[in-house]
Each structure stands twice: as C-alpha cells, then as structure tokens.
Design a protein around this ligand. Structure first.
Ligand code: JD8
Length: 394
C-alpha cells in the first residue's frame, strides 16, 4: 500500500516513521510519502490560505496547491483520497477494514477553517473520495486524524500483524468491547487475578471472557449491542438535526392513524401531531434522548425514541411509514431501542392510544403487559416490561 500525506505541518506526521508504519515500510508492505503543501505555491510568502468568501472568522485553504499536488502525485483511478474533517463519516473499524483493501491512500490534511470545497469536488472527479471524521470533537487540523486512521488501517494489512489471530479477537472487531486482561503477579495491592484465568480450563476462560466483554459492552456501549439494521440490511442509525423536517412529516403521517383510532381525542390532544419542527430538532439534539431512524431507498421509513427516567427506559414515538407497515420494521425498532437501554434501566415503559388496539396487540406480543394501575397521558394506556438480565455469574 502507498500512503501520501498533504500537509502544511509535515513534522506533525513524523510519527509515521515510528512503530507500526515504520516497520511496515522496512518490510516493504508500505510506502509512505509526506509532502509539504507549500511546495505547490508560487508566491514569495508560499501562501496556502485566504479569507473566506461570504465573510466570517478565520481563513480557508486555497484550492490551487491541492490541485497541483493531486496532478503531480498522479491522483486518479486506484487512489482513495481521504479528507479528514469534522463533517466526515465517522471513522470505524469497518471503515478501517475497507480502507485497508485499497492500493493507495492520499490524506489531505486541512488546517484553518478548512479546505475550499472545490478541492473535494475536484478530487471526486479524479478518484474515490472519503471524507472521514475521527470523532465528535473539534481538533485544529486533520493531521492527528490522518495518523490515527493510518495506524488502524496499516495494522490490518495482510502479513503485518505478527499474530493475525489477535486481530479477530480484539475490540470492535467482533462488535464487543475488550474483556479485562491480567498478567503476573497473581496478587497485587491485595487484588487477586480472577481464579478462572489461572484454572487452565480454556472453555471456562473463554466463557468468562465472553461474558465480561458482553457485560462491559452493555454497561459502557449499549449502542454496540443494539440491532443496527432491519432484516433487509437497512441501517438503524441515530437521528441527526438535519433529519427533523423529514421525521416531522413521517410522524404526522403515522399519528393520523392514532387520531382515527382514538376519535375521542382532539388533534391538539395528541402530542405527536402538534410537535413543532423546533421541538423535534431539540429532541434529536438532546443528549438524554436516543432517537433512532431507519432509512430505506433514501427516505426515513421508521423511527423510535428512548429516554431514561430513574430506572425506567421510556420508549416513545415508535413509528413505521404507513406504506411499509407489516414488514417487521416496528418489531426491529423496538428490539433496537430496548437494546439501547443503559445498564441502569430495570424495565421498559411506554404508552399508546386507548383505542389503538393494533398497537396494544403488537406490544403485548413483544412481552409488554397492560398497566391499568398506571395513569398515562390523556386517552392513553400504559404498558411495561421488566428487563431481562443476563445471569450474574456463569
Ligand atoms: C480537519 C481544520 C479545524 C474545524 C474550525 C477548528 C477530523 N474529528 C475531528 N475533529 N476536528 C477535525 C478536523 C479539524 C480541522 C480540520 C479535521 C481542518 N480543522 C477547524 C472546523 C471548525 N476549525 C477532525 N478528522
């Protein structure tokens, strides 16, 4: 694999010469070239940035140096240009695995307020382009992300990791977090290494590790356990504020049936029918709320919301587009949101229209029981379900 880096801070990428990539270069598996973007400037000040059209703070990186760099480096078919940017697709182990299959990666590392958009559009005409974000936090430039992506990709190159087996076992590879690890001494600071690990019983050790990984994932990353797709592979993903308009339209369409099934309720008495766009967007942005959507054929066909209150995981706004009902989307979304419940949740609760018999049958089929002893909002009935816990000890 060949790796090229375009940056105005080439020294920032010096770590590429160390550890992983360093060894890969020595073994001929990898070719690494770091380029100072200023070599493709032609003015006395070697200018790479200018003021933003439309005004605003900061500076924007000029397109010409990138254009000349792409031309000189022969960016074209067979190359993947990676722009590291906070507005990119999230970097994941799956994306690392995908990028590790490429022959050549060219990292375009931005600074200032970012790179002129025409550079990305131009690169798309030349080669495959991936805009990738390292995570939902703001860095000052793209170099750190390029380094992290490089490490995650290079270590997946065939023949690189001495012990390929460990690649299979590790975090995120199997969708679970790591199990706890221990080494000598058997006792330290009054703490013992778990006896099962010193038992020599490999079956019991494997089972203990699986359970530890599952428990740790449930506690720290329940989202990794949640079914993340419909049976047809349509991804179930967290909603983003930009989804609010389309989601509001879907919600209003879905709750028309609720109004029909509950004629005693006026439209104004059905919260889902009077929620405003701003209120919807606020719910999507609310860190306490887990609002997921599922897309099929480029449109949102379903959604569900979960929120913790004490030890109750409140499930609400479960919806499936009227034209795709009966295909199991609702069941998949319910399983998804249940799995998103944090460890503190001991039970699930929800309410639906008192006249919504079909919904009530659906929830009862999913293990919920009617709770006439609990009062819900006007014109609704409450249903709850205790949360099944995996056995504590094996
Ligand atoms: C590239 C310029 C700084 C970003 C104004 C601060 C990735 N996960 C990530 N967080 N931040 C970046 C990143 C930040 C960058 C550049 C990547 C180029 N900046 C800008 C926009 C707001 N400044 C990143 N990958």
């Amino acid at each position: 694999m060949r790796l090229d880096y375009l940056t105005i801070f080439p020294d920032y990428l010096a770590p590429l010469g160390l550890s992983l990539p360093g060894k890969a270069v020595e073994s001929g598996l990898l070719e690494v070239h770091v380029h100072d973007l200023r070599q493709w400037t032609h003015d006395r000040h070697r200018t790479v940035d200018d003021t933003p059209y439309g005004g605003g703070a900061g500076m924007v990186m000029k397109p010409e140096p990138f254009g000349e760099a792409f031309a000189e480096l022969g960016v074209g078919a067979g190359t993947t240009v990676v722009f590291t940017t906070p507005s990119g697709e999230p970097f994941t182990q799956a994306l690392a695995a995908e990028l590790s299959t490429r022959e050549r990666l060219v990292f375009a590392c931005g600074r200032y307020e970012g790179i002129d958009q025409r550079v990305i559009d131009h690169a798309r005409d030349l080669a495959e382009v991936r805009e990738v974000s390292l995570g939902d936090y703001v860095l000052n430039g793209g170099e750190v992300a390029a380094l992290a992506i490089t490490e995650a990709v290079v270590r997946l190159l065939p023949g690189f990791m001495g012990n390929a087996a460990s690649l299979v076992e590790e975090s995120h590879a199997g969708g679970l977090l790591e199990y706890p690890v221990y080494t000598k001494p058997p006792a330290w600071e009054g703490r013992e290494v778990p006896a099962v690990l010193r038992s020599g019983d490999h079956g019991a050790i494997a089972a203990w590790r699986r359970e530890q990984a599952r428990r740790r994932t449930a506690e720290r990353r329940p989202d990794l356990l949640a079914p993340s797709a419909l049976e047809d592979g349509s991804p179930i993903v967290p909603a983003v504020p930009g989804d609010a308009p389309e989601l509001l339209v879907l919600q209003r369409a879905c709750w028309v049936q609720e109004a029909i099934s509950n004629p005693e309720l006026g439209v104004g008495e059905i919260p889902a029918l009077v929620e405003t766009l701003e209120e919807m967007a606020a719910r999507i942005r609310d860190p306490e709320v887990r609002l997921s959507v599922v897309r099929r054929g480029g449109r949102i066909v379903g959604s569900v919301t979960g929120r913790l209150d004490g030890d109750v995981w409140w499930i609400s706004r479960l919806m499936t587009a009227p034209d795709v009902e009966g295909e199991g989307i609702g069941r998949s979304l319910l399983e998804h949101v249940e799995a998103l419940a944090p460890a503190a949740a001991a039970s699930y609760a929800l309410y639906t229209g008192a006249g919504s018999e079909r919904n009530q049958r659906f929830y009862k089929k999913a293990g919920y029981r009617m709770r006439p002893d609990l009062d819900g909002p006007l014109g609704t009935v409450m249903l709850t379900k205790r949360r099944r816990r995996a056995p504590e000890n094996l």
